[in-house]
Design a protein around this ligand. Structure first.
Ligand SMILES: NC(=O)C1=CN([C@@H]2O[C@H](COP(=O)(O)OP(=O)(O)OC[C@H]3O[C@@H](n4cnc5c(N)ncnc54)[C@H](O)[C@@H]3O)[C@@H](O)[C@H]2O)C=CC1
Ligand SMILES: O=C(O)[C@@H]1CCC=N1
Length: 273
């Protein structure tokens, strides 16, 4: 992988996840810098990963060949306005991980048609188990696409979408979706506690079941998900009783409504920001 000087503007959850994965995969830590207005998260990043830190976005910009825009979408306008006012942005590659902000809007915020790759990652990148969807228009060179692909591949799997709208689908299916699984597990843990297990036992049971199920999915790419389910489900048995309850009570509709809500919110954010 090219070892561009890479700056993260905004040192929150998502930057931490990507930085952790990059360091684990051998990216030169002296070529990674994070900036944030306050120091606690920066200090932690420096201590944990040995990267460089600054409270100045301008310093980050001057350091970098490639800049990850990793602030909340609502902060992006003000942050980019300062960046373009104080710095020469030509020659820089931008990687935006913000939900709901199209490339054209980001270029407006940056004040020029700079190359911007939109990335929709997720927090399991922290453990190099991330899933990222990416979009670039023709302002981004093949070399830069390859670089971004390598960066995000170092923290998990990647897909490219042809149309920018596809990024909203990635948000629904992968960016936001770890939270759906956490919610599902939380409900299972709560019910196991109701059944008399202590919290630690309850968590162990549900997390190990989820991990095992995820590994089975990954190790059997040729088996349909419905077939994996059928293998657990004895006719007239306990799994059938549970699964039929989930189906009868509308799990599929709940899940598709939730994913559509994520897309709708991304579309709404694109109009508001
Ligand atoms: N958390 C997630 O699972 C995912 C988040 N994203 C996107 O990543 C971006 C960041 O999200 P999180 O890391 O979750 O948020 P976060 O709130 O954990 O991190 C944002 C960081 O930006 C800092 N910040 C605020 N204003 C700043 C400024 N002007 N200059 C520099 N730093 C500034 C904050 O102090 C904070 O540390 C968002 O745009 C979000 O849409 C994308 C995919 C997944
Ligand atoms: O909740 C959000 O808006 C961000 C984008 C995907 C995950 N977290």
């Amino acid at each position: 992988m090219q070892q561009k000087k890479l700056a993260f503007i905004g040192a929150g959850n998502m930057s931490r996840s990507i930085i952790s994965g990059l360091i684990q995969s051998g990216y030169d830590k002296t070529r990674i810098l994070a900036s944030n207005p306050s120091t606690p998260k920066l200090d932690k990043l420096k201590e944990e990963f040995g990267i460089q830190i600054t409270q100045s976005n301008d310093e980050a910009c001057q350091f970098a060949d490639a800049i990850v825009l990793a602030v909340k979408p609502q902060m992006m306008g003000d942050m980019c306005a300062d960046l373009q006012q104080n710095n020469d942005l030509s020659g820089k590659l931008f990687l935006s991980i913000a939900a709901g902000l199209p490339v054209s809007r980001l270029q407006e915020m940056l004040g020029g048609e700079y190359p911007v790759v939109r990335i929709m990652p997720n927090t399991p990148s922290l453990l190099s188990k991330g899933m990222s969807g990416m979009y670039a228009d023709n302002t981004v060179s093949e070399d830069d696409r390859t670089y971004v692909d390598d960066v995000m591949n170092s923290v998990g799997e990647t897909v490219w979408v042809e149309e920018e709208d596809g990024i909203n689908g990635v948000i629904a299916a992968a960016g936001s979706s770890p939270a759906y699984f956490f919610l599902f597990l939380q409900a299972m843990q709560d019910e196991a506690i109701n059944m008399g297990f202590d919290k630690a036992q309850s968590r162990l049971m549900v997390q190990q079941a989820m991990l095992g199920a995820a590994e089975m999915v990954c190790h059997n790419p040729d088996l349909e998900l419905s077939e994996l389910r059928a293998q657990v489900t004895s006719k007239g048995g306990t799994t059938a009783a549970a699964v039929n309850t989930l189906i009868d009570q509308g799990l599929s509709d709940i899940v598709s409504n939730a994913m559509r809500a994520a897309v709708a919110r991304a579309e709404e954010m694109a109009k508001q920001l």
